[in-house]
Design a binder for this molecule. Structure first.
Ligand SMILES: [Zn+2]
Ligand SMILES: [Zn+2]
Length: 340
């Protein structure tokens, strides 16, 4: 009996201790943090420091936006889902993804040692709450907007130019803004706005609102041709996605990086099939030619690539595997050091 009563007391005490621990554990549980790491990633390219900056991600409307040449309509583009039903989902499935896939919006900050140059600027206030995080990530990376000397835009779509002036206010008070004359002439023309397809019309207002503060300040300077804009950085005309779309070739100590803007919108789809286009390509045929040519060049020469819409940080190389181009993302390094 004594033994039995000790046993009951022991069991009761153990149960009490268990309950106390369980309650204690519940009280100590931390709430979910629910936020992502700051959106910057850094590497060296020769003597230049390259910082990829995230503007955010948005659900990319794969089924609404992707197009492809339709053989039955003399090669005119049509929605991909109409021309090749199921292709988009099948290609996404190869990467274990489903539509709509999160689409990154990336920009790149180059510190040459003499100048701080931003290539593209994200969407600012033009894409809603998903995006417009460039400035906070630039600050998190250790810089301030007034340190930026020059901004080079690959083209004048909203998700590249919007960040220079969110809500119409100049975000980079000392920067000179540069873009190809061909893109500036196209997107700042009222006649082109009137003639543009409905999908592109909204871009014209966003461009004017974003560029106007810099035009008024005498700090909007379009360029014509491929001369260096700063030592080690030159534009390369790559029309198709827009009339004046430009790559920026960055070179330091023999190391090269090409910032290639909107050559790719959905990597898991447009690497295996470079002929897939987007509805807002100004000239889809030229866009396909540019994509195929730069994939091939990057794979052969092995230089770094920085992409506006490949998963952040969008830095990597192009490879070839079993006859298809593949994206080889940068191997994460905690240390910022001179590498390949
Ligand atoms: Zn674009
Ligand atoms: Zn874009």
């Amino acid at each position: 009996m004594i033994y039995g009563s000790i046993g009951r007391r022991t069991i009761a005490a153990s149960l009490g201790l268990y309950l106390a621990l369980a309650i204690g554990a519940a009280q100590a549980a931390a709430p979910l943090a629910g936020t992502q790491a700051p959106g910057f990633y850094r590497m060296m390219l020769g003597k230049f420091e390259i910082t990829a900056l995230s503007d955010g991600t948005h659900p990319f409307p794969v089924h609404k936006v992707l197009t492809k040449a339709d053989g039955a309509r003399n090669g005119e583009t049509a929605p991909l889902d109409t021309v090749f039903p199921g292709e988009a989902d099948a290609l996404l499935a190869q990467s274990d993804l489903t539509a709509p896939v999160a689409g990154s919006i990336n920009a790149f900050l180059i510190n040459t040692g003499a100048k701080l140059i931003l290539v593209d600027s994200g969407a600012g206030s033009l894409y809603g709450d998903c995006c417009g995080h460039l400035i906070e990530n630039l600050r998190a990376s250790g810089y301030t907007p007034d340190q930026v000397d020059e901004i080079y835009l690959t083209h004048l779509h909203a998700d590249h130019v919007g960040g220079i002036a969110p809500n119409g206010r100049m975000a980079f008070p000392k920067a000179v803004v540069r873009v190809s004359k061909a893109d500036a002439d196209y997107w700042l023309s009222n006649a082109n706005e009137t003639a543009a397809p409905a999908l592109l019309k909204s871009m014209f207002d966003g461009d004017k609102a974003s560029l106007q503060p810099y035009i008024d300040a005498g700090r909007f300077k379009p360029f014509d041709g491929g001369a260096e804009l700063s030592p080690g950085i030159r534009p390369i005309a790559s029309p198709g996605h827009t009339p004046g779309h430009s790559f920026y070739e960055v070179e330091s100590d023999g190391q090269r990086l090409i910032l290639w803007g909107d050559i790719v919108h959905v990597a898991p789809i447009q690497f295996p099939d470079p002929s897939i286009t987007v509805a807002y390509d100004s000239n889809a045929g030229e866009a396909v030619q540019e994509r195929s040519a730069i994939y091939s060049d990057a794979a052969q020469k092995g230089y770094w690539v920085g992409a506006a819409h490949i998963s952040f940080p969008g830095l990597g190389h192009v490879g070839v595997k079993t006859g298809e181009f593949v994206w080889l993302p940068a191997n994460y390094e905690a240390e910022v050091r001179t590498g390949k």
